[in-house]
Design a protein. Structure first.
Length: 256
């Protein structure tokens, strides 16, 4: 009887060991695979304006430069310089989609993920061959990294597990929960570290570099930054024709 109990406990813990290295520890709170290539510099200038701006690069799920697994948002890394003689307050930034609908930069990664899932269905219903892991042609210079999770419990591990009673099971569950919460917090911390907070004030001659995070948008049309200086308001917009293929199947997607 005791032998059967320990054998069943060993199998349970072996399964849980497999779980912790694959599915139970949430993939969406994990860092990107180490084989992910570095971001590809684009350095595309916005049209001339008092706000001197350029798009350094664009980062999407699984593409070069990605730092989070299953990142359901698009990251636009920009360099902004106030070349005027008065302070500029950047009030908002948005990316427009195929229907010229603006989608504004967000400050909550999990809200962006939720919005991206909603938009994904909307785009698919509109007949767009949407793919989460499809980088634009200009960025696809190498094969996208595959995310492969594998695990195994050898006979020695199973033998050791047989000496542990079922009391360990709820402790394991609490550990997985703790790992997920820690990883989620670390993801949010990195998101905030990279993000340009809006509104953002730029003193004359000041330069800032950082990221705008928006929902996943296939074949985006433009990135627009709105600003205000005293009573004057304006904006600068960069056409994103060179990002054709972003989130569209058949342009380097991983079949998602």
């Amino acid at each position: 009887m005791a032998r059967k109990f320990f054998q069943s406990g060993a199998w349970a813990l072996a399964a849980l060991g497999l779980c912790i290295s694959s599915g139970c520890v949430a993939q969406k709170y994990k860092k990107a695979d180490k084989s992910t290539p570095a971001a590809k510099a684009l350095n595309v200038k916005f049209p001339p304006a008092v706000l001197d701006a350029s798009l350094y690069t664009q980062i999407s799920d699984g593409a070069p430069g990605s730092w989070k697994r299953a990142a359901l948002w698009d990251e636009y890394v920009v360099m902004l310089h106030n070349q005027g003689d008065q302070a500029l307050e950047l009030t908002s930034a948005a990316v427009t989609d195929y229907a010229d609908t603006p989608h504004f930069a967000g400050d909550d990664p999990w809200a962006l993920e939720k919005e991206s899932k909603t938009l994904e269905k909307r785009y698919q219903d509109a007949g767009i061959a949407f793919a989460r892991m499809a980088a634009p042609r200009v960025i696809v210079s190498a094969a996208e990294p595959g995310v492969v999770a594998s695990a195994g419990v050898g006979s020695a591990g199973a033998a050791a597990a047989a000496t542990i009673t079922a009391v360990a099971l709820p402790i394991y569950g609490a550990t997985v929960f703790g790992i997920n919460m820690h990883n989620k917090k670390e993801m949010h911390k990195e998101f905030d570290r990279r993000r340009l907070p809006l509104p953002l004030s730029l003193a004359p001659g000041e330069t800032r570099t950082g990221s705008f995070f928006v929902p996943t948008i296939p074949n985006p049309r433009a990135l627009t930054v709105h600003w205000r200086s005293g009573s004057e308001e304006g904006h600068t917009a960069l056409a994103l024709d060179f990002l054709q293929g972003l989130h569209v199947k058949g342009t380097g997607d991983a079949g998602k």
